[in-house]
Design a protein around this ligand. Sequence first.
Ligand code: GLN
Length: 777
Amino acid sequence: MHGREVHEGKVDSDMATPADGYGSSILGYPRIGPRRELKRALESYWHGTSTRDELVAVARDLQEDTWRELAATGLTQVPGNTFSYYDHVLDNALLFGAVPERFRPLLGELDPLDFYFTLCRGREDFPPLELVRWFGSNYHYRQPELDENTVFELNSAAVLDEFERAKAEGIELRPVVLGPLSLLLLSKVAPTSEKDGFRTLDLLDSLLPQYEKLFDQLARAGATCVQLDEPSFTEDRSQEELEAFRRAYDVLSHAPLRPRILVTGPYGSFGEALPILAASKVEAIGLDLVNGRMSAAEFAAVPGLKRKRIYAGVVDGRNVWKSDRRRTLEYIQSIAAVAPDLVVSTSCSLLHVPYDVLVEYDIPGDVADRLAFAKQKVGEVVSLAKALTTGAEERWRKPPVSVHFKQKHTIRARMNALTPEHRRRAPYEERRAVQQARLNLPPVTTTTLGSFPQTDEIRKARYDLGQGRLSWDEYVKRIQETIESTIRLQEDIGLDVLVHGEHERNDMVQYFAELLEGFATTHYGWVQAYGSRCTRPPILYGDIVRPKPMTVEWISFAQSLTDKPVKGMLTGPVTMLARSYMRQDQPLHETADQLALAIRDEISDLERAGIAIIQVDEPAIRELLPLRQDGRAEYLDWAVDAFRLATGGAKPETQIHTHLTYSGQESVVDAIERLDADVTAIVATRSIGWVLEAIKDRPLSHGVGPGVYESRSARIPDIDELDELLSEAAESVELDRLWANPDGGLKTRHYWQLEPSLRNLVAAARRLRRRAAADDA
Ligand code: GLN
């Protein structure tokens, strides 16, 4: 870069300024690879079929392809350090040397990359770092663990190396680093902590010097700007945390030698953190102006803001719709009038959208025309910056192609006719009596949550079906054989309520989306969920219609094989919504209700086919919860309403189950009672202890199945420990309302794990029953 000079201790350059045009940038980019190259490379390395060098080569190519491609699009600033082998939060913790204490014994023994993967994936006696959802998205990070003895130590070789490699090609990267506050707030107190009242934020003062050291190294390498992401400040924060934020940026902006600092607040409104930054000496602020829209007047009202370089996040990083160019341009023009040093940018990293819409061959044309994935969004950012600089092209002046979301008269009419009665079943105790008469289930009923392992043969059959190499009839036969062996296995294990195993579903949301009208699905639209795991979120583009039953044949077939009840298995409306790209022309609750009606119809078809128990999973019901307190109560009202619309038509004698994730934000008892499902299986995001604690507080009227063993862990729980957990639950739940089940689906497990685990579960439940019978006698 030319024209750089060092003054007042900071590196400055002639980066884009209004005089030579408005700048353009993005906050981050996908990294799994346009063809999931990283996923394949990781998994083959983990399975021992490729070498570390091969993995490193794939990673390096992805990293370099990304900045080359971004630089070629004409972005004036290309973000760096956006690649990760697994998770960027953990990368940032390790960048500052925060190795979780309990893994230290492995440090010398393993190669650094293998050590890193062990943090992510665990191994015997070393449970992995916890997976935590990332700011209301479907991305999950590995939660760093800190304690009072954590000593930070900068480990910047990889960041600098990337910077240098790009520089050698004439590309100056703006390294992206998680801000110090978010790094601490997103971490948890390690189990090794012994200091009462220790909080991760207590480490701030020892962390900041490492950031200063990083700044110094980057500045010396020639970096003119560094990006610090502070997404934790788009959530509600205490005064104390805001004070720490102020102090941290005061310290960092006075670092002796440093690049310009850009602090971003993706995923929402920066709220009270904004005036703090505006008053600080940091040079640039990145705002999410999609979720945290601000008017020009609001901008002007924040003292100091107009003197900052503003990265105006106007292109939505969380959704797949094209921006309305004309309106967006008008909006940034209004902002540029009060904040003239403006860079057009994205609301957050583009991590949450697929790479490229142009490779999709199967999306209906009128829908495809309205879509923008990561590549297209970069193009939007560049052309908006150009239009802001030189004026809009003539064709922008026309109103945009009207974004018409398909509306269906029948569903509209049905929605208009809804009454509160549609969301209400007979009183729970009445239902319980008729269900028990029909089902005659033992106390501490044992069951699983739906899926059984997806074997390679099944995946291959589905792939062959898609490629036209396998006929539908042959496919059905293979699935039926697998269903049959799943039923036999469960009978042999002695489970009381069986499942068909969901072998016909790759991903539950994708499965239903493919069968419903109003959804488009992609072939290559993979988005990272965590590590090597990706999903293809469907795209909701029109009113939802269920052309025909979606699950009845599979479930009826499974039920025909056994005398034990087989559960119908559906995905709830809010989970369908949360795991899809949503339409923007109507409130979310209307879309949720449309989905609910489709599920409601499926339930009545299942009832007609004689199915007595139907599970409607809502693991994602809290994923759409607003990040700030504001609006949460309203959200929960309509989310609960949608679930009740889906299940409200079920007959009293049909037992409705659900599967919820509980993270302690509200009373679990309230949540269960409001949903009014007959039985609720609970996954606790922390540990089962929480749930057991929570149900102690207040008697529970409905059936409940605390997930007594972690289905995702490789460990096989023994009978004693399962007995102990169930007995603890039994202290607050009557035995005939208590269910014994794992805490999640078994799709990604192996039979050698789940079979002994389930046998132990059944044995533990039987023990409990026997003891109870002996006590009664
Ligand atoms: N039925 C689903 C399964 O077993 C439940 C998983 C979930 O709710 N997340 O895969």
